[in-house]
Write a protein that binds this ligand. Structure first.
Ligand SMILES: [Zn+2]
Length: 257
């Protein structure tokens, strides 16, 4: 039996295997694998994209390896590295854009999970010169989203710092002609924000085809954002995507074999 089969709760194969082999459970690693698999299924990531979590005591981060196949992601595709990208265990290499993650973790002690995506609709907006506007209620959860103007792979500490500075204390940023980043205190919340970010961009794009998008005001964003940030509502989004993933082929193909 393979290790690290992706399950929403960690109660199935993964846990059983670990118990049998007396391996310490790693729920964060399972959550990261499931989150990335769900983003791929939702077409928010493609053959690129990475999800990370801060390691205990801030000794580095857990991130999917550069060579991990995004459509067949496994719990053991995640590797531990320090903030300079050096492996803390194993021999696989980190994605070249690990600096994006590292520099945000160094700047933001409140952030424990980061996802970097190359989503279609968010990127179409910035390519056409539009900024992201909150045009759906769910977008209020994100608040304001700046655009990082420099089009580049974030493959140096300096670029990572520049991006982290652009993000500031916010939950998300777009990267012109390139992609997006969302940050949160948990893997679940970073996942949900990535979904909301892209869904809103798609609707903003559609609204642009037939008229002028009518974004929420700052006050509306604050009120609605508070209301829709309740943990039970965010969990609902996670559960929806997890069930969808597992229903289709997550279980039968044994993603972790
Ligand atoms: Zn990228």
């Amino acid at each position: 039996m393979g290790m690290g089969m992706i399950t929403p709760t960690g109660t199935a194969t993964t846990t059983i295997t670990r118990m049998t082999m007396n391996i310490k459970p790693e729920p964060v690693r399972d959550d990261l694998a499931l989150a990335l698999a769900m983003l791929e299924r939702a077409e928010i990531i493609d053959f690129n994209g990475h999800f990370s979590a801060r390691l205990p005591n801030s000794r580095g981060l857990l991130i999917n390896a550069a060579d991990s196949v995004r459509s067949r992601i496994r719990a053991d595709d995640f590797i531990e590295i320090d903030f300079e990208g050096r492996p803390l265990a194993g021999a696989r290499t980190a994605p070249m854009e690990f600096h994006l993650h590292a520099q945000i973790y160094l700047r933001r002690p409140d952030v424990h999970a980061i996802v970097h995506t190359h989503p279609r609709w968010s990127t179409v907006l910035t390519t056409a010169g539009h900024g992201w506007q909150p045009v759906t209620m769910q977008a209020a959860v994100l608040g304001s989203v700046p655009t990082f103007e420099q089009t580049a792979s974030i493959n140096s500490a300096a670029l990572g710092q520049a991006l982290a500075q652009c993000l500031g204390e916010r939950k998300a940023a777009l990267m012109r002609r390139h992609g997006a980043v969302t940050v949160a205190a948990s893997v679940r919340d970073a996942f949900v924000q990535a979904v909301y970010l892209e869904e809103n961009a798609h609707r903003q794009y559609l609204a642009l085809q037939i008229g002028t998008p009518q974004p929420l005001s700052e006050d509306e964003c604050a009120t609605i954002g508070r209301n829709l940030s309740r943990p039970a509502l965010l969990q609902k989004v996670w559960d929806y995507h997890a069930a969808r993933y597992l229903r289709n082929d997550g279980m039968s193909t044994e993603a972790a074999r």
